[in-house]
Ligand binder design. Structure first.
Ligand SMILES: Nc1nc2c(ncn2[C@@H]2O[C@H](COP(=O)(O)OP(=O)(O)O)[C@@H](O)[C@H]2O)c(=O)[nH]1
Ligand SMILES: [Mg+2]
Length: 241
């Protein structure tokens, strides 16, 4: 693991508290090289319904990109720090590169309307870990209307899964239609729920007018290779404002 060596005092679980002063890095010898020193981190939002595979995707991205990019993650849950705890247990990044925001309200509000807690968490991470190449925000699970404020993220990924049925893409909504990337996950379950992937592909193309769609099975391909390539290309392209 290319973990850098921080102590664990700064593992803020609210997103509001400053890390303890002891949380300063002891050494950055293991830090991955930064892709560029000229621009700030790409801020990438990952939204979508509860259980569609957002945290599994965040874990995959961290594992695939942590050696080549300096990255950190902010999770959003209503009452708990469940997703951050999962990512820490899975050791996808050093603990202090993972912050949990407890939204206390609909996570949709915290990523679109009142983004203060997320901005604070991002500022803390940028201050403690700078320079970063990539900052990932995972929204708490939400419905099809979830979108990120452009004041918070530069690009957004929306994750659906096939178990809701093949009707979901044609229901549209801003996440499905307007996200920079639509991921349709759990293709391994399509046969069990009678979902026709070609219908999902056709309907997604229709509502997205050429914006990209990637089908994935994180069960069969936990590395999420295509999504990883897409994120890598976004970072390299310098999409960050
Ligand atoms: N069968 C299957 N299960 C998956 C896949 N991706 C994620 N899961 C499982 O779906 C559940 C919810 O995933 P999670 O990442 O927590 O979803 P989130 O609520 O969107 O963050 C977990 O039990 C995952 O292991 C997949 O591609 N196929
Ligand atoms: Mg999650």
């Amino acid at each position: 693991m290319p973990h850098d060596h921080f102590d664990h005092n700064g593992t803020d679980t609210s997103g509001h508290n400053r890390p303890a002063s002891g949380a300063q890095p002891r050494g950055l010898g293991g830090s991955p090289p930064r892709a560029s020193t000229a621009r700030r981190a790409l801020r990438l939002g990952i939204g979508g319904p509860v259980g569609s595979g957002k945290t599994a995707l965040v874990a995959a991205l961290c594992q695939q990109l942590r050696q080549e990019l300096a990255l950190a993650v902010v999770t959003n849950d209503i009452y708990t720090t469940e997703d951050a705890d999962f990512l820490r247990r899975a050791a996808v990044l050093p603990d202090q590169r993972i912050r949990a925001v407890r939204t206390g309200c609909c996570p949709h509000t915290a990523i679109r309307d009142d983004i203060t807690a997320n901005l604070e968490a991002a500022d803390d991470l940028e201050r403690d870990l700078s320079p970063l190449d990539l900052l990932i925000f995972e929204s708490g699970g939400d419905n099809l209307t979830a979108t990120f404020s452009r004041g918070l993220v530069d690009a957004q990924v929306f994750v659906l899964d096939v178990s809701g049925g093949d009707k979901v893409p044609r229901k549209g909504g801003p996440g499905v239609s307007l996200s920079d990337l639509l991921v349709i996950n759990k293709t391994d379950l399509a046969g069990y729920v009678g979902a026709d992937l070609s219908v999902m592909a056709r309907d997604a193309d229709e509502v997205r007018h050429g914006r990209p769609v990637i089908f994935s099975s994180l069960r069969e391909h936990p590395d999420a290779p295509e999504v990883t390539d897409w994120v890598r290309a976004m970072v390299r392209a310098g999409v960050a404002a």
